[in-house]
Ligand binder design. Structure first.
Ligand code: IPE
Length: 266
């Protein structure tokens, strides 16, 4: 069965957690407001959670993101990262269900395997069946077993791109804490210019300038995000990067209305 109007929304970790605070703390007010915006969507929905404080802090402690970290150390980080991401995902699950959006968490660790940081096996049938059962799916960035490195981080962005291709998703909206993709890192330069549309004419220029995320980010920041999304937009998929901290923009995108964001069109 083809899931019509299947939409994927990524909730950036820096929006749903307090990224600078340790121990990791969820941002309840933001999660509750986002749940209300998601509720306006009619049709099948996948919500992908970034790691934010819950993922990145623990990943950093155990040396993820540093290629010289031995496998034993990476493996010893699994319980804390998984515990933190589970706490975050349950918080989102509770908010969605409380707002009348039936949803369940499907964590990657239990079924995804990686090979040198890349997805080797990612079964998606259970996700499809859950959507067909009229339940939204929450899936989150996670630590996964890796047959080369021991363990690697699977980011929410990588999950989004993979699922968009595997499930033929029509709309992919990536929520971050900035208005979209800028010519330079907007955290470093507040006067950086937003790029409203990325297409073949400005792709290389944008990729050269999109800076890394300002806070502890073991998965590559905005430049990697832009690269992955550009690859995705080659398919028959609408892609937009938008500011999820700004109330109403997600609702506008879900309703097919125009709003401040970067659209990726190929
Ligand atoms: C990271 O996912 C997941 C973990 C560190 C476990 P992302 O890289 O997608 O997270 P954010 O959105 O940048 O926080």
């Amino acid at each position: 069965m083809h899931l019509k109007f299947l939409t994927l929304v990524k909730l950036g970790g820096s929006v749903i957690t307090q990224k600078q605070i340790s121990p990791p703390t969820v941002y309840k007010m933001a999660i509750s407001r986002i749940a209300k915006e998601l509720r306006t969507h009619q049709g099948p929905l996948i919500v992908v959670l970034g790691g934010g404080a819950h993922g990145h802090q623990a990943a950093h402690i155990y040396g993820f993101g540093d290629s010289s970290t031995p496998p034993e150390k990476l493996l010893s980080g699994i319980p804390l990262i998984r515990h933190n991401m589970t706490l975050l995902s349950l918080e989102v699950e509770q908010a969605l269900n409380a707002n009348g959006l039936p949803s369940v968490v499907i964590p990657p660790f239990s079924s995804v395997s990686l090979h040198d940081g890349e997805i080797m096996n990612f079964p998606t049938d259970i996700i499809k069946w859950t959507l067909e059962a009229h339940c939204a799916v929450i899936i989150h960035g996670d630590v996964c077993l890796d047959d080369v490195r021991g363990a690697s981080i699977l980011s929410g962005d990588t999950i989004s791109v993979y699922l968009a291709k595997a499930l033929d998703i029509q709309r992919v909206f990536i929520g971050t804490d900035v208005d979209g993709i800028f010519e330079e890192n907007p955290h470093a330069n507040p006067n950086a210019t937003l790029v409203p549309v990325i297409d073949s004419s400005n792709k290389n220029f944008v990729l050269a300038g999109a800076g890394a995320s300002a806070s502890t980010d073991v998965t590559g920041g905005m430049a990697r995000k832009a690269q992955e999304l550009i690859e995705l937009a080659n398919q028959t998929t609408q892609v937009a990067v938008f500011n999820l901290t700004s109330p109403g923009r997600l609702t506008a995108l879900l309703a097919g209305k125009s709003t401040t964001c970067t659209r990726i069109e190929f």
